[in-house]
Design a protein around this ligand. Sequence first.
Ligand SMILES: [Zn+2]
Ligand SMILES: [Zn+2]
Length: 390
Amino acid sequence: MQMNALREEIATVLPEMIALRHHIHQHPELAFEEHATSDLVAERLTSWGYEVHRGLGGTGVVGRLRNGTGSKSIGIRADMDALPIVEATGLPYASQHAGKMHACGHDGHTATLLAAARHIAMTRRFNGTLNLIFQPAEEGAGGAKRMVDEGLFERFPCDAIFALHNSPAMPVGTLAFRSGAALASADSVVIQIQGKGGHAAMPHYACDPIVAGASIVMALQSIVARNVDPLASAVVTVGVFQAGVANNVIPPSARLELSVRALNREVRTLLRQRIHDIVAAQAQSLGVSAKVDYQDGYPVLVNTSEETAFAARVGTELLGSDKVQIDPPAVMGSEDFAFMLEHRPGCYLFLGNGDGEGSCMVHNPGYDFNDAAMETGAAYWALLAERYLS
Ligand SMILES: [Zn+2]
Ligand SMILES: [Zn+2]
């Protein structure tokens, strides 16, 4: 198979899939509400001859296609959810749903996998079982975990699984593969500080939760600076500090919210322990009480070495080595495909979305998946499936 021939074949399905992407972009749906998107995915897959299974994770869709007698199986995942953001792209196909937007390019992930699905169904150059997994709720609500918990891999066995994310930091027509920990775990912490309210002029009759909160914020900085191995990676960000309503009132309580991230399990455990210890000791020394609510979020995303090396070889075959990044630095963002990778070997890779003038980061109200990236993404998925199920 010549790569130019593959790209020419893919080009024939692109206009329809780009139009489909614009349709999905115009009709964004939030986590676990992807009803219309999921209908659309299921309807297309069915019309192309896929066995379609619905209901996993609520709005999840799995499209299965078998060919030949091979026993190998592969899973490729796309996410379908949008974000609660007011779109400001000014595009003709901008969101028609107020306050909802495809600002992370999941419309592009879904359409790109559908483009590959269409192509693979037409060419059928594979031997084995292809599972296309369209998941709900990647943005924080853990749709991948729900699909796994509801029996995804028991019902649809996969020898290896793959997923991609568009990356605005990379040129179009490029791919990046990182073996090992590629994205961070992300936990959420709420710290509720209870003091005693009073008059600003008579602090000695009160117990000030703002001073205690400020002290806790500063003490938390010592975890990354003084407790974590300097060669490891960790983030403790205080993103919320709420307290008080008037300058002459000491409020009775304060609230902090944290985002806590790590690239391995040991550091993640250390962060949790130190946050509990520091908050308790600070609260005690300042005479307030403090309650820590620590919620585990997405785990560290770990790409297995064999599958990542395979995925990168396919990328190099498609694009040439100058368009493929091997082992770029890990990112402290997170991704719920990590839950799937806890159960099956595989690789989560990055697809260049264009880093030129006017480009912005995902989750920005001006963000849009780049249609020019769909050709690379779809050709890559098609070739990956062919090579894995050869
Ligand atoms: Zn996102
Ligand atoms: Zn995303």
